[in-house]
Design a protein around this ligand. Structure first.
Ligand SMILES: [Fe+2]
Length: 375
């Protein structure tokens, strides 16, 4: 992969470790083989690479899948005990690694650790017949880590140690293009700690902030700040719970995940009606907003290119900011515990995160929490 010099769009970002984009997202899961089948069948990801017993790895098995620029790695242990088992025992299936594509993984690690990041592993070079890759890692919130990946001297399917994974079963994609943002849920009072971490250690800047007045219903509340790197390709909103009459979705997440972790992965499409139609046909479950959401939505957001009917039929939400509008929808949790879920988003100018939908959305989540007895 060629290195690309990307334009800095947020001047307030210090950006001392330039990031080209999300390299991959690795989930530790109980059954990587079945999870891979789910992400292929339901979400339209394509088989890319594999490591496990057949490649000489006796400790773990990993399946690598891609759609557009989104790369998922699904990993399960092959042995009892060990860090992967501990992670799954404590958190259930969830995101372990948010890997970031950089030009210089050694410098990224040096800059980050110099500024206080806790090292996950120091820079190392792995090679095979396809070239070499340099990686390094730092810890972030909870048990989540960032791995910096420098891969412009590598032509293999994923990383050294992996082989191509070819299968006859290849359902088509659903039009998912890239990771738009990834949200972290952190514990009470920890939001600012982690926003400062991304500012100080990673050189990010804060885009927006929502307090409990923006994000609350009659019952529950949360607070959120959005951190971005300089070119805007990496956006990490950070949520913390806020006081409400009942238990918020962030608390529910933290209780079941046993700590901070990735709450949702927002993936972009250029045609949300087609993408969500395909996902629904393939059995992906989405949060339901009441029909009356659509009664006056166009008065709120103004004119849009799409017909309202398919958006209403598919339960897609609409919001507008100064720069344009966006269409978005949220899946139900995709793992056994009520923790991680996906957002599908189509941006039509808007660079924000759907503030106008927060209330409708959280009321929808409260209805689900009610059924789970966790409100
Ligand atoms: Fe989001």
């Amino acid at each position: 992969m060629e290195s690309v010099k990307t334009k800095k769009i947020f001047e307030t970002a210090e950006d001392f470790l330039p990031i080209n984009g999300t390299d991959y997202i690795e989930l530790y899961v109980g059954n990587a083989k079945q999870a891979a089948h789910y992400y292929k069948s339901a979400f339209g990801f394509q088989s890319v690479a594999y490591c496990g017993l057949e490649t000489g790895n006796k400790e773990k098995v990993s399946y690598v899948l891609e759609q557009g620029k989104i790369r998922l790695v699904l990993t399960s242990p092959l042995v009892k005990d060990g860090l992967i088992n501990d992670h799954i025992n404590l958190h259930g299936d969830g995101v372990k690694v948010i890997a970031l594509w950089v030009d210089d993984a050694t410098k990224a690690w040096e800059e980050a650790t110099k500024r206080g990041a806790k090292s996950y592993f120091s820079p190392k070079k792995d090679k095979d017949e396809n070239g070499f890759v340099i990686t390094s890692g730092i810890h972030t919130y909870g048990d989540t880590v960032h791995i910096f990946v420098e891969r412009y001297h590598y032509n293999g399917p994923f990383l050294p140690g992996y082989k191509s994974w070819n299968e006859e079963y290849n359902p088509p994609g659903v039009g998912l293009k890239y990771v738009d943002h990834m949200v972290g849920n952190v514990e009470w009072g920890e939001m600012n700690t982690w926003c400062e971490f991304y500012a100080k250690v990673m050189g990010f800047t804060q885009l927006v902030s929502f307090d409990d007045k923006d994000i609350s219903t009659e019952y529950t509340a949360l607070m959120s700040k959005v951190m971005s790197n300089g070119n805007g390709r990496i956006k990490f909103p950070i949520n913390e719970p806020a006081d409400g009459k009942k238990r918020s979705q962030i608390e529910e997440y933290i209780n079941f995940y046993n700590g901070a972790g990735v709450q949702h992965i927002a993936v972009a499409t250029e045609n949300i009606i087609e993408t969500v139609s395909a996902l629904r046909r393939r059995g992906v479950e989405f949060l339901h907003v009441p029909d009356n959401y659509y009664d006056n939505v166009l008065e709120r957001v103004g004119e849009i290119d799409e017909d309202l009917k398919p958006l209403r039929d598919l339960n897609i939400l609409i919001d507008r900011d100064d720069e344009g509008y966006l269409l978005q929808i949220f899946t139900k949790p995709v793992v056994s515990r009520p923790t991680m879920f996906f957002e599908i988003i189509q941006r039509k100018g808007a660079q924000s995160f759907g503030k106008g939908n927060f209330k409708a959305l959280f009321e929808a989540i409260e209805r689900e929490q009610e059924q789970r007895g966790t409100l």
